[in-house]
Design a binder for this molecule. Sequence first.
Ligand SMILES: Nc1ncnc2c1ncn2[C@@H]1O[C@H](COP(=O)(O)OP(=O)(O)OP(=O)(O)O)[C@@H](O)[C@H]1O
Ligand SMILES: [Mg+2]
Length: 290
Amino acid sequence: MPIDDRDEVRHVNRLDATGAGDVVQARDVHGGVHIHRVEAPFAVTPSQLPGDVRGFVNRRSELSALTNLAGEQPDDPHAAAVTVITGTAGVGKTSLALHWAHRALDRFPDGQLYVNLRGYDPGQPAVPEEILDRFLRGLGVPATAIPVHLDERTSLYRSLMAGRRMLVVLDNAATAAQIRPLLPGTAACLVLVTSRSHLSGLVARDGAYRLGLDILHEDDAIALLGAVTARYRGQDQRHELVELARLCARLPLALRIAAERAASRPMMRLDELIADLPSSRDSRSPERGP
Ligand SMILES: Nc1ncnc2c1ncn2[C@@H]1O[C@H](COP(=O)(O)OP(=O)(O)OP(=O)(O)O)[C@@H](O)[C@H]1O
Ligand SMILES: [Mg+2]
C-alpha cells in the first residue's frame, strides 16, 4: 500500500506469489476476513438401516430363504441380485427386510443404503432423482458434484458401487420404474425391495426373485401379542388371545395396534377389550352382509 506524491493512499492489488493455494483478491476490506475452505468429502461407510423391530417373531423360513438367496452364485456378474418381498399392507415386509438385514451386516462390509420410497403413502412417492441424490451423498459425493440429470446420477452411482459389497434396501416401492435407476450394475451388491405390488416387470425383466409374505400362524400371532403386552399384563387367557388374534386376521400391523391398546389398559380384561374392538362390533352387527 505505497503512498504517492500527493499523500493519497493508493490501493495496489498485485499477486507476486506463485504456486498452488487459495488466493483472495480484494479492494477495500471492512471488518474481519473469514476464509472457508471446501472440505474434501469424508470417507464414510454408509450405514443407513433404520433400527430393527422390537419383539420380532418367527418368519424363520423367510429369513433362511433370504440368506440362501444372498449366498447364491449370481446368474449375471454384471447385475445386482434383487429380491422383492411382497405382501398385503401391514403383513410385515419392511420388518422382515430390516430384521434380516441387521443379521446379515457382515456380508456387506462396504455398508448399506436404505430408502423409504413412500410408494403407498398419501403424498407423492419418492422419485429416483431424489433417491440418487441421497445415495450419492451417503457415498461421500459432495453436493456440488452431484449431476443434474437422472442418467448421469445413475452412472455416477453405478461407478461408485462397482467393486463394493453393499446392501441396498428399497422399502415400500410402488413400481419397477421407481427402482430400476437404483439397481447397481454388479453382482457383489444385493438389493432388497419391499412392495405391496407384485412388481412382475422386475421379476420378468430384471431377474428379481419374489418372496411372498403371508399372515402369521396362530402361535406366532399370540407371541406377537405377548411380546408387546408381557410387561403390562399377565392374566390373559390363551383362548382370549386366540380370539384377539382371529379378530386381527393375524395381520402383524393389526396385532400390534391391538396389543398396544391392551398394554395401555392393563386393568381392563381382555374379553372387554375384545368386545370393544371395531372388528368385534362389526362381527355382531345385524346389518352385516352374508
Ligand atoms: N414378525 C414380526 N414380529 C413382530 N412384529 C412384527 C412382525 N412383522 C411385522 N410386525 C409389526 O407389524 C407392523 C407392520 O409391519 P410392517 O411395517 O413391516 O408391514 P409392511 O408389510 O411393511 O406394511 P406396508 O405395506 O404398509 O409397508 C409393524 O409395527 C411391525 O412392528
Ligand atoms: Mg413396509
